[in-house]
Design a protein. Structure first.
Length: 252
C-alpha cells in the first residue's frame, strides 16, 4: 500500500494491467474498501479515493461542490495514466465516479467500464429521501437509517466532532448537485449494483443508468439494504473482478 499520494490509498500490484478506482459513500473514506485488494485477481491494482477532510486528510477543508471534487480527482488521476481505469462508486461515490468517467473520456482516456452502486443515475433526484435538514440531528438520523449500528460513532462527542464536518459537507454537495445533461451519452458500459431493500435507492431506480450510456447497462442486486456490499463483499468483488479488462501479457 502506498500512502504518498494524498488522493489515493494505492494498493500496488506487480505487473498490474488495469487499475480499479473506488469512490466512497457520503461520510465515508478510503478504508471503506480495505478488504477489497486481497479479493481482487492478479493484475489488478486498486486506488481507493481519499476525499479531503477525513482520516489522513482530516486537516484539509472538505469540498462542497461535487463537480469540483470530481475535477480534482480527475486531475489527480493523471499521475496514473499508464493503465486503463475502471471506476467503482457506492452511493455518493457513484455520482462522483460518473463525473470522473465523463471527464476522462473527454480527455481521451480509456475507461473500460463504470461500476456504480446504491444510487440511481445522477439525473434521478433524491425526492422525499433528502434529509430534512443539514443539522447534526437530521444527518445522524439518516446515517442510522442507512447503516444501523455504524451511527453509534456519532453518539460519542469526540468522534462526532471529527466525523460531522465531512458528513455535512458531503450531504451539502449532494443537495447542491445538479448534473448537466451531456451532449452525448457516455460511451462506456455501466454495471449497476444494489441492495434489494435499500431505503435510499429502490431497485426500480437502478435501471435509470441505462439512460446515461450508449454502451449498455446491466443491473445486479443482492439481499440487504443500502450497505449490502458489506455483507456480500466477497460476492460483489468477484462480480466486479469479472468485469475488469485484465489483459494477458506484459503490463502497459
Amino acid at each position: 500500500m502506498d500512502h504518498r499520494d494524498p488522493w489515493f490509498r494505492r494498493y500496488r500490484v506487480d505487473g498490474a494491467r488495469v487499475r480499479l478506482v473506488c469512490f466512497p459513500h457520503a461520510g465515508g473514506a478510503a478504508t471503506s474498501y480495505l478488504g477489497w485488494p486481497q479479493l481482487l485477481p492478479e493484475g489488478v491494482e486498486m486506488l481507493a479515493v481519499q476525499y479531503p477532510g477525513r482520516q489522513s486528510r482530516i486537516a484539509e477543508p472538505c469540498f462542497e461542490s461535487l463537480p469540483e471534487l470530481a475535477t480534482a480527482v480527475t486531475v489527480a488521476l493523471k499521475a496514473h495514466s499508464d493503465l486503463p481505469l475502471t471506476l467503482f462508486g457506492h452511493s455518493m461515490g457513484s455520482a462522483i465516479a460518473y463525473e470522473v468517467a465523463r471527464a476522462l473520456r473527454q480527455d481521451g482516456r480509456e475507461v473500460p467500464r463504470l461500476l456504480v452502486s446504491g444510487r440511481g443515475s445522477p439525473h434521478v433526484g433524491y425526492g422525499d429521501r433528502r434529509p430534512p435538514g443539514l443539522d447534526d440531528r437530521s444527518l445522524i438520523a439518516v446515517v442510522r437509517a442507512l447503516s444501523g449500528s455504524d451511527a453509534d460513532a456519532y453518539e460519542h462527542p469526540e468522534m462526532r466532532d471529527l466525523l460531522m464536518p465531512s458528513l455535512r459537507a458531503d450531504y451539502t454537495m449532494l443537495d447542491r448537485y445538479r448534473p448537466t445533461a451531456p451532449a452525448e451519452p457516455l460511451d462506456v458500459p455501466v454495471t449497476v449494483f444494489g441492495g434489494e431493500d435499500d431505503p435510499a435507492c429502490p431497485v426500480s431506480e437502478l435501471a435509470s443508468w441505462a439512460h446515461v450510456t450508449s454502451a449498455g447497462c446491466e443491473v445486479l442486486t443482492y439481499p440487504g439494504g443500502h450497505f449490502y456490499l458489506r455483507e456480500h463483499e466477497r460476492a460483489l468483488v468477484a462480480e466486479v473482478a469479472r468485469r475488469l479488462p485484465v489483459r494477458k501479457g506484459p503490463a502497459a
